[in-house]
Design a protein around this ligand. Sequence first.
Ligand SMILES: *Cc1c(COP(=O)(O)O)cnc(C)c1O
Length: 422
Amino acid sequence: MPEVFDTTLEYAQTQDQMDTLFPFRERFLFPQHNGEDVRYFCGNSLGLQPKSVEYLMIRELRDWAKHGVEGHFRAANPWFSYHHLFSERLAKIVGAKKDEVVAMNTLTVNLHLMMMSFYRPEGKRYKILMEAGAFPSDQYAMETQVRMYGYDPSDAIIEVAPKAGEHLIDDEAIKEAIEKAGDSLAIVMIGGVNYYTGQFFDLEGIVKAAHKVGAKCGFDLAHAVGNIPLQLHDWNADFACWCSYKYLNSGPGGVGGVFVHERHGDNPEVFRLAGWWGNDEKSRFKMQKGFVPQKGAASWQMSNAPVFNMVAHNASLDLFDKAGIDNLRKKSISMTSYLEFLLRQIDNLEFEIITPKETERRGAQLSMLFGADGRQVFDHLTENGVIADWREPNVIRVAPVPMYNTYEDCYRLYELLVAFKK
Ligand SMILES: *Cc1c(COP(=O)(O)O)cnc(C)c1O
């Protein structure tokens, strides 16, 4: 039965009462506005802090004080093997085998490291295909990758754009562009969910199209991870990377993560820039010449784990494990559909929702493109305790995050928009 929404507060509150994930809200710290929790719609940009982070951080500091260097083996979570803490839980979130994922570095750094392995231009096969309007960091990364090999970005980077007058990119247009580029294409690199429109691409179909022309395929999942369940192994992606501070609530600059498909991860012939932490753990401290990659994605690690930076990741992944990514997605589909319904009832404001209507083509986020008064509307929300996100030139992004947002949050946002007066 399709869900029937209505515009009353009672409806929202009843949905919250029936929501089995509602208690997870209690496990987060909310910024305050006039003594009350803000209505936080920015989890797509920086997730909230799990309450347990403070205790876990103090425990790590105490272990350092108490053990010094011996904390590598004696800390409650020994630092020597700290990154192992995350693999199993991350693997569930991105649909991978445990050895195919590792938490390390940060997103753009990882994107470059993955490109070092999987962008290997040769002869006429040197082009990169990506979506137009990608996050600037990804654009800069791709530009400098092609320059490093002596190519001109305007020739070597193919961007697939929306049709004139449209905001979204047709998945079929991406596949057609891949086919057309054929054996000139070295790699396809797509942002899983576009940060601006909230569009989720047909990742499985894109991998297939890329492999069909002999190209590799990787994803930037910054806005997809923890938002939409993924199946990276089954989709046969070559690699993916993500950050952890958006939907994964792991704090500003939090540790990133990568997926490397096992067919590459377990193949020592695949080139990777090496450091001691990627070396076989049995011989890591032997300090000998000759890099011996350990199994899987972990062999891409270079440096020892940034333990303090990983504490919040540990806290947050626990909550994801308890809630379950599929349960979160179910609530997310329902809550975002509800918010979309409410937004469509508004007739005192001029805006267009540019995020896809189909739930399978989007995650939690809705992007509202305003006419003239977008900025005033945004300020009105902020002044009234609603934290949304402003993107130039005229977009307000809102993401009801299933881990801690409520139906009532959505209702209050709607109520404020209806009350907006110029
Ligand atoms: C958030 C985001 C980034 C940020 O990169 P960092 O290296 O973590 O600073 C990069 N790419 C995309 C697509 C993003 O959404």
